[in-house]
Ligand binder design. Sequence first.
Ligand code: TRP
Length: 356
Amino acid sequence: MSENKKEIVLSGIRSTGNLHIGNYFGALKKFVAIQDDYDCNFFIADLHALTTNPSPEDLHKNVKTILAEYLAAGLDPEKSTIFIQSDVPEIAEMYLLLNMHVGIGELMRTTSFKDKARKCLGISTTDESDEDIEKQIIGTDTNKRVNAGLLTYPTLMAVDILIQKATKVPVGKDQLQHLELTRRFARRFNSFYGVDLFPEPTDFDWGCAPIKVPGLDGSGKMGKSEGNCIYLADDPKVLRKKVMRAVTDEGPQAPNSAMSEPIANLFCLLELASTPETVAQFRQAYADCSIRYGDLKKQLAEDLLAITVPIRERINDILADDDYLRKVVSRGAERARERAAATLAEVRQVMGIRKF
Ligand code: TRP
C-alpha cells in the first residue's frame, strides 16, 4: 500500500497524570504495534484536560509527562504523528464552527456529561433524576458551576477526529458514545451542506476481546481516580509494595473451587505480564489448593517489573532531554496542522466563510 493510502488512525489521551499499566496494555502497547500499518496520529488532549480547571503548572507538567511516557513506551515519531492538541489552533476554530450544528440537549444527555456534572455538583449517587440535575446545573451559584467546556467536550472530541479525517479511532468503552456522536455530527454536517466532507469514523477493531486490566483493590478496573494503579513510572520498590498489598482472600477451601474476584483479578494481571507456563503453574496450584498468594504476588511483581523498568528508565532519560521533546512536538504539530488546515479551509468554504 502506498504511503498516503493507509487508513488514518487517531487517538488521544487527556493529560491528567501518569500512565498506568491499564493504559499500557489496553492502549499504548497496541498503538505501538500498528504504527507500520496505519497512518497513525496520537495526541495529548490538553484542551480536554482544561475542562477540570487544573493549575497551569499541573497542566504543563502533565503534558510533558504523558508525552515522555508515550515515547518511552514505544510510540515512534518517525512512524507516527505525535502532537499536542493545543499546538493545532485549527482545532479551536473548527470547534466553534461545529458547535453551531450541535444541540445542547444531545450534549446534556451524554453519559459522560451527566457523570461529570454530578461530580461538580457534589452529587455522588445516581438516584437523582436527570431533571433534578438539570435544575441544579441551571440554578447553581458560580462557585459550583458546571462549565460550558464540559458540556461541549464531545464537540471538541469530534473535531479532533474529523479535522484529521480519521476513520479508525481506538477508544475505550467509556468513549464509544462520544464516537457515536462524532459520527452523527459528521453525517449532519455533510447532509446540511450537501457535501461529502467528513468520513464517518469507527472504533478500531482489534480482532479480539477488549483487554481487561483490573486494579489491585479486589474489584473493578484499574483507573486513575480509583487509586488502585500500577504506574509505568513507579519505582520498583513502590511497585513491589503495591503488588504485595493487593487484596486477596482466605485461599481456596476445596479443590477446583471458583475464584473470588480479587484472585481472578490477580490472575488477569498475571496473564498480561507472565509467560503461559507461569500462569498454568499458578492455576494448577490454585486448583489443588497448594497456592501461596505471597508467591503469586512476588512472581507477578517481578514479571511486571521486567516490563516497566526499561520503560521507566527511558521515561527518565526522555524527561531530561527538553531538546528532543521540543523537536518531537514541533514536528508533530507541523504534520497535524497540515491536514487540519486543509480540512478547516474546506469547512469554512462550505459554510460560506469566504474571501471577498
Ligand atoms: N475523550 C478521550 C478520553 O477521555 C480523549 C480524547 C480526546 C480522544 N479527543 C479524542 C480519544 C479523539 C480519541 C479521539 O479518553
